[in-house]
Design a protein around this ligand. Structure first.
Ligand SMILES: [Zn+2]
Length: 463
């Protein structure tokens, strides 16, 4: 079996993956907070871990992937202050928190489908696992690592000697940015809430539950400890998330694991970097570089061209995104699919390319190198075209680019409109206008082909 190496944030080096049970890998992935749309920048993480699961399966492992949906407890600060993101979403849209959760869960899975991300084996939401979270807090309490203040039950981080280690935190430098009653009551500024009490000022929360400590709701971090260990066991193989999870969310998950079980819950912690705009700038709607997966068609690109773009970046480096870059990726992606579809079936997988492919995917998911290998193979004159096709379709089990399917043309509305005007001009026998429109469409990168009573629009292939 091919050895797999992954960069473990816990040790800050590439390590060989040694599953707890030979041949089987358990993965827990931190999922979205379902209070708002997940845009393509957010989807980077989910594409990355989809590739990881596909790599493990391709190399012969049996994989169980669990992912949570946060639908309670995530406050706007990522810590213990600010508003509840779900309740805020509900206020924003005049819906109940439950309706907000359902709406954005659907938007998330729709995006996953467009980007060809396989659904994890278990998808679990925080609100469906309240008893499990309470049980876990009781375990931590029994081990003497909690205390109760006016605002809720807190984890005493001074009881976990390695608290600062995972993220290289400098605890003495933590500032009391909140400066409120709660931070004064906390024993250490790094302490965090396991259970928060509902407000006592009469404001009614839409989501609250009974607990041994009082009516309230779980802190954000406890759900991941409770659900990962429920579905994967007290210790499992891989925990994934974004680099923003390292200093707070995952540091606290590790503390909770220690508090409840006396040890770490995951052996390998792997993290993806972010998608940024040109030159490292922020992505935003107003800058015109922030899209939902469902909006990619509007810029005339196939949603899988974004997946292609992500595959050309390394998950630990992140991606510099621009619309121009996306369009270039779309041209390359469509060219690759067309090439493969022109070749005959019935070829054999090329062993030496397959070997090189396996080495690269097993080297901390070196996908940019894999994509270079893909193009090298398409141009290799010593390999028969049908063998290239068989090999690339085999690679596609990992790439997930639907290389064997013909491209669904994405024609922007603007082009459709011009084609319609041209048809109308033809009906009116205004041949000059029809020709002008045909040329205009051509300069925009599309070709109108006439058939008996119909016309067809095709994207011009640039080589
Ligand atoms: Zn999490």
């Amino acid at each position: 079996m091919q050895k797999i190496f992954l960069y473990n944030t816990a040790s800050r080096k590439k390590e060989e993956l040694k599953p707890i049970v030979g041949g089987k890998v358990g993965i827990y992935s931190c999922g979205p907070t379902v209070y708002w749309n997940q845009h393509i920048g957010n989807m980077y993480s989910y594409i990355s871990w989809d590739v990881l699961v596909r790599v493990l399966k391709y190399l012969g492992y049996e994989v169980k992937q669990v992912m949570n949906l946060t639908d309670v407890g995530h406050l706007t600060s990522d810590g213990d202050s600010g508003d509840d993101k779900m309740e805020k979403g509900a206020l924003r849209e005049g819906l109940s928190v439950w309706e907000i959760a359902k709406k954005y869960e659907e938007q998330f899975f729709e995006s996953e489908k467009l980007l060809n991300i396989n659904r994890p084996d278990v998808v679990c939401s925080a609100t469906q696992h309240i008893p499990e979270q309470i049980e876990l807090i009781k375990k931590i309490e029994k081990n003497g690592m909690t205390y109760v203040i006016s605002d809720g039950v807190y984890f005493d981080t001074s009881k976990f000697p390695d608290y600062a280690k995972f993220a290289n935190l400098k605890l003495e430098e933590i500032k009391d940015t909140d400066r409120n009653e709660i931070s004064k009551e906390k024993r250490n500024l790094s302490d965090f809430a396991l259970w928060k009490f509902s407000p006592k000022d009469g404001t009614k929360r839409q989501m609250e539950w009974d607990s041994p400590w009082g009516v309230g709701f779980p802190g954000w971090h406890i759900e991941c400890s409770a659900m990962s260990t429920k579905y994967l066991g007290e210790v499992f193989d891989i925990h994934t998330g974004g680099i923003d999870h390292i200093p707070v969310h995952h540091t606290n998950e590790i503390a909770q694991g220690y508090g409840a079980f006396g040890h770490q819950t995951a052996n390998y912690w792997i993290h993806n970097a972010f998608v940024v705009g040109k030159g490292g700038t922020k992505m935003s709607k107003s800058l015109g570089n922030l899209f939902l997966a469902s909006e990619l068609k509007d810029v005339g690109v196939n949603p899988l061209a974004y997946r292609y773009m992500v595959l050309n970046s390394h998950y630990r480096k992140g991606l510099e995104f621009s619309v121009d870059g996306l369009k270039v990726a779309n041209i390359a992606y469509e060219k690759l699919v067309r090439l493969i579809n022109e070749w005959n079936d019935g070829g054999k997988i090329n062993d030496s390319y397959k070997k090189e492919f396996e080495e690269k995917i097993a080297d901390d998911l070196a996908m940019p190198e894999v994509m270079a290998l893909v193009w090298k193979l398409t141009k290799d004159e010593t390999v028969k075209n049908e063998d290239k096709k068989a090999t690339l379709l085999d690679f596609d089990k990992v790439l997930g680019l639907n290389l064997g399917k013909s491209i669904e043309e994405v024609i922007p509305d603007e082009i459709y409109q011009l084609a319609k005007e041209r048809t109308e001009a033809k009906i009116a026998k205004d041949w000059a206008k029809a020709d002008t429109l045909r040329e205009k469409i051509k300069t925009m990168g599309y070709l109108v082909e006439d058939f008996k009573n119909d016309c067809k629009i095709r994207k011009l292939v640039l080589s």
